[in-house]
Design a protein around this ligand. Structure first.
Ligand SMILES: [Zn+2]
Length: 253
């Protein structure tokens, strides 16, 4: 089975009608991985799979627009008649379980263990998940945040998560077949490069070019841009096929 990416949501920083925040379904090698759980994506996920069939959840960082629907999933799995056959591995930054428990007003996290199996990410985290290899690299976002490299039988997806320009992001994307990359902001407004926590479309295009990816898929475009404009601007720099991520779209990698 080839590696496929289904776009569940791309919006930043809040969901819009028909447009959830960040979330993707990655399928291949026997695995089905929900990558980022932005608000609205749990509903969108159900258009494409039975959530109880998920083999893992992978969360790039704990900003709400990438993680808040873990709460929806917890309700579905614990109370909604959708119990998974075994606790679903959740690869996420540390503290994810405690924060989720906080939504339930609980200080303990053990009550979540029946549905989720939390596993902390770290820079260089590398796991063989079914026949997928999932590698995390720490990226520059002003909080604990990771990009993802997923490999399956020679096909490579790289995903920026949320990140400013940084060497780790370029390395993560090296020669990927598909680079799913944020282009959240219109411009950097001052500050040191080390303080930049998002990408402009030109940054996304430049990283795609420098990393020699095969194709670029532009996502997570913020309110100061249109996603059509962001994609065109990224394409002008990337020098490779560049597309706009849209809800419901599926790409075979
Ligand atoms: Zn973020």
């Amino acid at each position: 089975m080839p590696l496929t990416l289904t776009v569940l949501g791309t919006s930043s920083p809040h969901p819009a009608p028909g447009r959830p925040c960040s979330g993707y379904l990655l399928s291949g090698g026997g695995a089905e991985v929900w990558v980022d759980a932005g608000p609205g994506t749990f509903a969108a996920l159900q258009r494409h799979t039975d959530p109880a069939r998920l083999t893992a959840i992978w969360i790039s960082h704990l900003h709400a627009d990438h993680s808040a629907d873990l709460l929806s999933a917890a309700y579905a799995f614990a109370f909604g008649g959708m119990p998974p056959p075994a606790p679903i591995p959740v690869y996420a930054p540390q503290d994810c379980a405690r924060r989720l428990a906080g939504f339930f007003g609980r200080a303990d996290v053990e009550f979540l263990e029946g549905v989720f199996d939390f596993r902390d990410l770290y820079d260089g985290h590398d796991v063989r998940h079914w026949n997928l290899r999932l590698t995390a690299r720490a990226v520059a976002h002003g909080t604990e945040a990771y990009g993802l490299r997923a490999e399956c039988q020679g096909s490579v997806l790289a995903y920026s998560g949320d990140s400013g320009p940084c060497p780790a992001l370029t390395a993560l994307a090296s020669r990927a077949d598909l680079f799913l990359c944020e282009a959240d902001i219109d411009a950097h407004h001052g500050g040191e490069p080390s303080q930049q926590v998002h990408l402009t479309p030109e940054d996304a295009g430049r990283i795609a070019r420098d990393a020699r990816v095969r194709e670029l898929l532009v996502t997570h475009v913020g309110p100061t841009l249109t996603r059509e404009a962001a994609t065109a601007r990224a394409a002008a720099v990337s020098g490779r096929p560049t597309y706009m991520a849209a809800e419901g779209g599926t790409v075979t990698i």
